[in-house]
Write a protein that binds this ligand. Structure first.
Ligand code: PGA
Length: 252
């Protein structure tokens, strides 16, 4: 944790969820609004098809809504893509950019991620910018080098960067049940904190750095209690309100 920084626990539903699953969003909202979800800010990022319905279900409440990706342009001939102002218009406050699944399956580069993050800020969204090394990079001793390069290349240079959130998600820990050691997480987060200071000056000390990759109720306490870990980006365990809320309860 970083003193004076309110943690964020964000759920990334990925390509999961139909209208029926909005019952989970509603259960999350009820807990948050009843003050039973701890001290962290909570956000849920369902697929784009559910954003408007989720926004309706969350209206007037304290559970935030996020999207999973945006286009770098504000509008135009980009069939199938969704622009940041559209996400804002649908009710999102956050958008994840540069998730490793986007980097891997859609060949997104740091430069593109940066452009998306800048578009998000311009639209009034908070960008959750993801970075993280692959297993081969970790085993080659290159984790710090890779993450540093991604941070320098993917974070917005323009816009209201005071709201930017960074998520460190080792690719090999996503959806695998594997997690880095507490010492490895703390090491990478400390490096990210230092780089945020270089990029954004004093404001960098207060930006939230989330850990993501196989966060579960059982390991949340250890991972989220580390220095410079200001919350979590949760995939699989965010699909059920009971698990997501159990993770958030770390900040009770
Ligand atoms: P996971 O995914 O929690 O299922 O490992 C995390 C993520 O990809 O954001």
């Amino acid at each position: 944790m970083t003193p004076g920084v309110r943690p964020l626990v964000a759920g990334n539903w990925k390509m999961n969820g139909l209208s029926a699953n909005l019952s989970e969003v509603k259960a999350m909202r009820e807990a948050v609004d009843a003050g039973k979800a701890g001290e962290a800010e909570l956000a849920v990022c369902p697929p784009a098809t559910l954003l408007a319905q989720a926004a309706w279900a969350l209206r007037g409440g304290k559970l935030s809504l996020g999207a999973q990706d945006c286009h770098a342009k504000e509008s135009g001939a980009y069939t199938g893509d969704i622009a940041a102002p559209m996400l804002k218009d649908a009710g999102a406050a956050y958008v994840i950019v540069g998730h490793s699944e986007r980097r891997q399956y859609h060949s997104e580069t740091d430069e593109q991620v940066k452009a998306k993050a800048e578009a998000a800020l311009k639209a009034g969204l908070t960008a959750i910018v993801c970075v993280g090394e692959t297993r081969a990079e970790r085993e080659a001793g290159k984790a710090i080098e890779v993450v540093s390069r991604q941070i320098r290349g993917s974070l917005p240079a323009a816009g209201a960067f005071e709201t930017v959130v960074v998520a460190y998600e080792p690719v090999w820990a996503i959806g695998t049940g594997l997690t880095p050691t507490a010492a490895d997480v703390a090491e990478v987060h400390a490096v990210i904190r230092k780089l945020l200071g270089e990029l954004y000056g004093a404001a960098g000390a207060k930006l939230r750095i989330l850990y993501g990759g196989s966060v579960k109720p059982a390991n949340a306490k250890e991972l989220l209690g580390l220095d410079n870990v200001d919350g979590a980006l949760v995939g699989g365990a965010s699909l059920k309100a009971v698990d997501f809320l159990a993770i958030a309860a770390t900040y009770a």
